[in-house]
Ligand binder design. Structure first.
Ligand code: NAP
Length: 480
């Protein structure tokens, strides 16, 4: 393996004998690159480097921290086409989606460049005369970041930027399936002037590198995004070792369509929410909860739009939906399609593997009807281009079905009724509620996260990110 992309440890590009090959899911003959796999010793060295760099970075002026984040943001935006292309090659989302995600990453760095300067405290009047009470926020120390494969640059960005803005140092492990975008981010951070050791990149398997980060007593906090099973394991281990942690995990997000919905709006929201980015979004609209009076028209119109989608190589102009990310994920998608059929679901369209000019993991987006909310297809996250329709009588039943899930990330409703939209906004058991919009698609400056089994701990993104990446100190001063 020539030209292995090395890990970044204490400011040094450090390679290893083990590397993993990053393959394009749109074209299995296209090698994106070879990426070093860190071992336990290298992970430990990265944690030590972050610990050594912490006092200096925590003491750096917020202006300096902000300037470096701003420079990184500018570099990402200047390179967004190249980064978007890399991202599409390694993950399989379309080039437009890849460039959009790279742009989002740049904007996030710029946002947190400003947040570094806006970190403020509070002063309270004491109950005791002559005493001042002052509340300030301090960085945590070394923060371990563990990210999934479905947003290869945006999720690393929305963890790295606030961690650094508020004065923490970082050890990051990207998903093994998509190390390229994080490697490019590491290079950009070095070029932006980040001091050695402040940001460390250790690539490799979760079972090796991830476990070592979570187990280390020198790591003060873990921010994780990924599946529920991995998240719960990490949370338990982080708790045992006394760490602060936040977990962003799966979803089974309902999109309710009421009889009074604008049909075009509802179909557009379902098409985008369920199938764009190949349905590989934690906020995907995977459960379509549709009222009886609009059900047949909605299903017919959605199926027609789905059949018109162009599923092809992510970089091909005109492609609407790229391939599934990997053979494992494709197998999972096909397994759930078979399960939905066995459970009695009716496959209206899609669900079959597709052949294209290049060999890749192509799957026709699948739509099931005649499903009920107790079926596995409506209870478990598929994480692919698969959606199922649950027919309901009215709004009351729709709300009950929407909330009848162990997840609670995002929930949407399509209606022209202000009364129902308002009621849904108040009573949906989800961290994010969308009205006449897909369940996926959020703003970078607004808090992101869910309830119930979807999330644990403080929200990510926007100014709310400070809750996780800082710790509060209350000082009592008697001045005499
Ligand atoms: P995953 O399998 O849970 O992996 C997530 C990350 O954890 C990867 O970097 C993985 O490493 C690492 N990991 C695995 N085992 C570990 C261990 N024992 N200790 C420490 N780290 C470990 O999830 P995924 O398949 O990458 O991503 C898909 C999931 O992410 C879906 O459930 C989706 O809903 C969720 N997601 C949630 C959000 C949200 O904000 N709520 C956003 C995006 C995605 P390797 O894979 O490299 O081995």
């Amino acid at each position: 393996m020539a030209d292995i992309h090395a890990n970044l440890i204490g400011g040094e590009w450090t390679t290893s004998t083990n590397a993993s090959r990053n393959i394009n899911p749109s074209d299995l003959s296209d090698v994106v690159g070879d990426y070093a796999q860190a071992d336990d010793a290298q992970t430990e060295a990265a944690i030590d480097a972050a610990a050594a760099a912490f006092p200096g970075w925590a003491a750096a002026s917020p202006q300096r921290r902000g300037d470096i984040l701003d420079a990184a943001g500018s570099a990402i935006l200047a390179r967004k086409d190249e980064l978007g292309r890399l991202l599409s090659r390694e993950e399989g989302k379309t080039l437009a989606e890849g460039i959009g995600e790279a742009t989002r990453a740049g904007q996030i760095f710029k946002y947190f460049a400003g947040e570094a300067l806006r970190l403020s405290g509070e002063r309270l009047n004491s109950t005791r005369p002559g005493v001042d009470v002052e509340i300030t926020r301090e960085p945590l120390g070394v923060v371990g970041l563990i990210t999934p494969w479905n947003f290869p640059i945006a999720i690393p960005a929305w963890k790295i930027a606030p961690a650094l803005a508020y004065g923490n140092t970082v050890v990051m492990k990207p998903a093994d399936a998509v190390p390229g975008s994080s490697w490019a981010l590491a290079e950009i951070l070095v070029q932006a002037g980040l001091p050695a050791g402040v940001f460390n990149l250790v690539m490799g398997r979760g079972s090796v590198v991830g476990e070592a980060i979570v187990a280390s007593p020198k790591v003060a906090a873990i921010s994780f995004t990924g599946s529920v099973s991995t998240g719960r394991r990490i949370g338990a281990r982080a708790f045992e070792t006394g760490k602060k942690f936040q977990l962003e995990m799966g979803g089974k997000n309902p999109l309710v369509v009421l009889d009074d919905a604008d049909l075009g709006t509802a179909v557009g929201a379902a098409l985008n929410g369920a199938f764009f980015s190949t349905g590989q979004r934690c906020t995907a609209s995977s459960r379509l909860v549709v009222a009886d009076g609009i059900h047949d028209r909605f299903v017919a119109a959605l199926a027609e739009k789905m059949r018109a989608l162009k599923i092809d190589h992510a970089l091909k102009p005109g492609t609407d939906i790229g391939p599934v990310v990997s053979s494992d994920q494709l197998e999972q998608d096909l397994r759930y399609i078979a399960i939905a059929r066995e459970e009695g679901g009716r496959l209206v369209t899609g669900g079959e593997r597709l052949s294209r000019e290049t060999e890749g993991y192509y799957l026709a987006p699948a739509l099931f009807t005649e499903t009920d909310n107790a079926m596995r297809i409506n209870r478990e996250e598929v994480f692919g281009p698969v959606a199922s329709v649950v027919r309901v009588r009215d709004y009351e039943e729709a709300l009950a079905v929407a909330n009848d899930t162990e997840f609670g990330l995002s929930a949407g409703i399509c209606t022209t009724s202000l009364k129902h939209a308002t009621h849904f906004k108040r009573h949906a058991q989800a961290g994010m509620v969308m009205v006449n919009l897909p369940t996926a698609g959020v703003d970078p400056h607004a808090p992101f996260g869910g309830r119930k089994g979807s999330s644990y701990g403080a929200r990510e993104q926007g100014s709310y990110a400070r809750e996780f990446y800082t710790t509060v100190k209350t000082a009592y001063v008697f001045g005499g």
